[in-house]
Design a protein around this ligand. Structure first.
Ligand code: UDP
Length: 493
């Protein structure tokens, strides 16, 4: 551990799951707590020590993303991916092939002994009641460790409340979801009878149909149960204004007090400020306001090769400008070099020559793209961070959810009036209506019609609500700032 801040006011150990979509919100949570602590510092309320716990590569990249002068500290735990049959540098879910996910999830439990050593040393130094572990939902064993070591524990849920409640309910529900005679029939969930879904959606939300004997499903359920049994509360990256229903459902399912402290969005740090001359930003600079479609399936997901072809055809046929972050189709190793044959013949050259599109490999500066005035819509897999970043920057969404919680994030965006679904599912379903459908939906969302105008209006309203929730100024304190204060009071008194 690289800082010895002994504030006496409490020490938070933040422990994200090893994946970009988890590390980023944990870092944003640390920054938020740090900035609120500094704000309250002059009044003498509290000055907490914050340490982010991860493996060495992740710590190195997080460290670069922390603003100068921040008091956030880091602790790295030894981790040897090759001991678990994984590539030696596999310290994040985004760099391993999808089929290796189960091995990777199981491997993270090997962090338990060094983590427990870290916690017990800290507790010995600072006192048990002054230490709280704030860990990822996929690291349920930390709750058992905290309970055994006599320190406090809270879970931090980096996905949305509504989609998590539905997903967890499906994972934990013992009987299988019966296959209906008509695949379009909707069935009610056991825990939430007013939430209904089709069989194909169910298939995309579970790791396997035969849950009872699937090791990955058993692992995930064990993590949830450990948290629900041992933890003292559920901290969620959402706000009461965005997800009132979701917060009610997840509180009911977990039996834990909930603290909606979001949205936690990346600030302008060196890591999310694109370098000068960034191809995406230059493209956006050359286009009119709200005209460009940004296309990305997040940090680790991708679509099948045949659907990549259809998406390309639909984008080109829409005639609308676009930025598309591509990675190898599902059937290939994610680390593989992108091949021209995965896109229609001559596609990249044509869209570049017409100044219609930019195709970026693997990664783009998403937050900066969404913040740019020329971005008009986001074709997204609806990972929760992407959803929040869209709401934060009032960018309407063309949704293409692939799996688990993403399906219900997409449903929520439609219910909020800022999303239109173009396709759904990766293991089953997907883009069933072909490239013409992509073209038509892009036009619905980016065009001049009533639907597009309504979506833009709704997105502008939600942006105001999202920002008001995290307003930390005096009389106007937002709901999420108050929730953060309640959380810290519940932990350190
Ligand atoms: N991200 C990015 N550039 C990319 C892909 C992703 O900056 O090319 C960031 C994005 O801004 C978000 C996170 O990575 O903060 C992805 O999280 P999300 O929950 O949306 O999806 P996941 O990757 O976890 O499926």
């Amino acid at each position: 551990m690289d800082h010895d801040q002994e504030s006496g006011a409490g020490h938070l150990l933040l422990f994200p799951f090893l994946a970009q979509g988890h590390l980023i919100p944990f870092l944003n949570l640390a920054k938020r707590i740090d900035s609120l602590g500094q704000r309250a510092g002059s009044g003498g309320r509290r000055s907490l020590a914050i340490t982010i716990v991860s493996t060495s590569r992740n710590v190195a990249s997080l460290r670069r993303a922390v603003p100068a002068g921040s008091s956030i500290g880091f602790a790295d735990l030894p981790f040897s991916p090759s001991d678990h049959g994984l590539p030696p540098d596999a310290e994040g879910a985004d760099v391993i092939p999808l089929q290796a996910f189960p091995a990777f999830y199981f491997a993270t439990e090997s962090l338990r002994p060094p983590f427990e050593k870290l916690v017990s040393e800290l507790a010995a130094r600072e006192g048990c009641k002054n230490v709280c572990v704030l860990a990822d939902i996929f690291l349920g064993w930390t709750a058992e460790s905290a309970s055994a070591l006599g320190v406090q524990h809270r879970v931090f849920l980096t996905s949305g409340a509504y989609a998590s409640a539905v997903t967890f309910s499906i994972w934990l529900c013992p009987p299988t979801f019966p296959r209906p005679a008509n695949p379009d029939d909707e069935q009610a969930l056991f825990d939430f009878p007013d939430v209904r879904l089709r069989y194909v959606q169910f298939l995309n939300m579970v790791v396997t149909e035969v849950r009872a004997s699937n090791p990955m499903m058993l692992y995930l359920c064990r993590m949830l149960n450990l948290h629900f049994h041992h933890s003292g509360g559920l901290v969620i990256n959402t706000s009461e204004e965005i997800e009132p229903k979701g917060l009610h459902l997840i509180g009911k399912l977990s039996g834990l007090p909930t603290f909606a402290v979001g949205p936690l969005i990346g600030g302008r740090t060196p890591s999310d400020t694109p370098p000068d001359g960034d191809v995406c930003i230059e493209f956006l600079d050359s286009k009119p306001p709200a005209s460009v479609l940004y296309v990305s399936f997040g940090s680790q997901n991708t679509i099948p090769a045949s659907q990549m072809m259809e998406l390309a055809r639909g984008l080109e046929a829409s005639g609308r400008p676009f930025i598309w972050v591509v990675r190898a189709p599902v059937e290939f190793d994610g680390a593989e070099e992108f091949r021209a044959e995965w896109l229609p013949d001559g596609f990249e050259d044509r869209v570049a020559a017409a100044a219609q599109g930019v195709v970026v490999r693997q990664w783009a500066p998403q937050v900066a793209i969404l913040a740019h005035a020329s971005t008009g819509a986001f074709l997204s897999h609806c990972g929760w961070n992407s959803v929040l970043e869209s709401l934060w920057h009032s960018v309407p969404v063309v949704s293409w959810p692939l799996m688990s919680d993403q399906l219900f994030d997409s449903r929520m965006l439609e219910e909020l009036g800022v999303g239109v679904e173009v396709a759904s599912g990766r293991m089953s379903g997907g883009l069933v209506k072909g490239w013409e459908h992509v073209r038509d939906v892009v036009e619905t969302v980016l065009g001049d019609g009533e639907k597009a105008r309504d979506m833009r209006q709704k997105a502008a309203e939600l942006k105001e609500l999202a920002r008001a929730a995290v307003n930390a100024d005096g009389e106007m304190k937002g709901s999420s700032v108050l929730a953060m204060e309640r959380l810290l009071d519940s932990v350190f008194g």
